[in-house]
Design a protein around this ligand. Structure first.
Ligand code: IPD
Ligand code: CA
Length: 281
């Protein structure tokens, strides 16, 4: 992803960004876990009536913005709920205050806070991710990655699974919130399901990408990911040895994100291109 030089950031500076990402993800994680023990209700809806925002999505993003203003006042912020605020340092924090909001609403544990630091225009096709943390507060997992420094889950270095034949591969994916998008996503799943070991739809793209990094999935693809869904998770996956890319020679972006070991991603890309999985037809 991206082509912007990171020469201005030494390994120590990248390490410091990882520390900030982890600190903030843990603080927001504690807030939303506490909120989950109380009352969770829908505060608003977005792209469809099923695309919900809880009061805790808003509170978590407010916490992340407040803490970044204290710790990194010159940096920009792009967040799922409050949008983009430019900075002057060249670094932008891309934050998802709760990834897996529907799981959060239903009391399912697969939700996470995602915090990443990127340089370059704050779009997945153009940025270079430097640091990221995905934290799942229900089970305490903390995934971190620094560009060139590897990916970790609580001190353990992560490595994607070796490339397996597609029929032996466990595939992760997710669905959008609009009926039109889902109709075409269902068509793609129907084509892929007979050709793979099985399919998982966990409900948090950030955790899908980190799960892939840890060997819990062999391959992952999804159409419709937003910058905050993938910023930290894609870096964790890449630093664990995954290729993270799009279709038709494009980088990973909203149209399509595909991830997996370099030796197997090409076959999935070929299938997805032939099925026109990057269109809503
Ligand atoms: C969603 C989750 C889900 C993915 C959707 C995302 P949200 O994010 O990551 O797994 O399939 O595309 O929108 O709405 O829970 O922050
Ligand atoms: Ca999200």
């Amino acid at each position: 992803m991206g082509g912007v030089s990171t020469d201005t950031h030494t390994p120590d500076q990248v390490r410091r960004l990882v520390e900030v990402a982890e600190l903030l993800a843990r603080e927001a994680g504690a807030l939303i876990l506490d909120g989950r023990r109380r009352h969770v209700s829908v505060a608003a809806t977005k792209s469809s009536a099923q695309d919900v925002v809880t009061a805790m999505d808003l509170a978590s993003e407010a916490l992340l913005r407040r803490r970044l203003a204290e710790l990194r006042p010159d940096d920009g912020i792009l967040g799922e709920e409050e949008g983009f605020q430019a900075g002057s340092s060249g670094v932008t924090w891309v934050v998802d205050p709760i990834d897996g909001t529907v799981n959060y609403l239903y009391g399912l544990p697969a939700y996470a806070v995602s915090v990443a630091a990127v340089v370059g225009p704050p779009e997945p096709a153009t940025w270079t991710a430097l640091a990221g943390c995905v934290h799942a507060p229900e089970d305490g997992r903390v995934f971190t990655a620094g560009r060139g420094l590897g990916a970790r889950l609580e001190g353990r270095t992560l490595r994607v699974n070796p490339a397996r034949p597609l029929i032996d591969s466990l595939l992760g994916t997710g669905f959008g919130y609009t009926a039109t998008r889902r109709r075409s996503q269902a068509r793609i799943v129907a084509e892929l399901l007979p050709r793979v070991r099985d399919i998982r739809r966990v409900g948090s793209a950030a955790l899908d990408l980190c799960t892939l990094a840890a060997g819990g999935l062999d391959l992952y693809y999804e159409r419709g990911l937003q910058p905050w869904d993938m910023a930290a998770g894609a870096l964790v996956a890449q630093e664990a040895g995954a290729q993270v890319t799009g279709l038709r020679g494009h980088p990973a972006q909203e149209a399509m994100t595909v991830a997996g070991p370099p030796g197997r991603v090409g076959e999935l890309i070929g299938l997805l291109e032939a099925l026109e999985a990057d269109s809503d037809e």
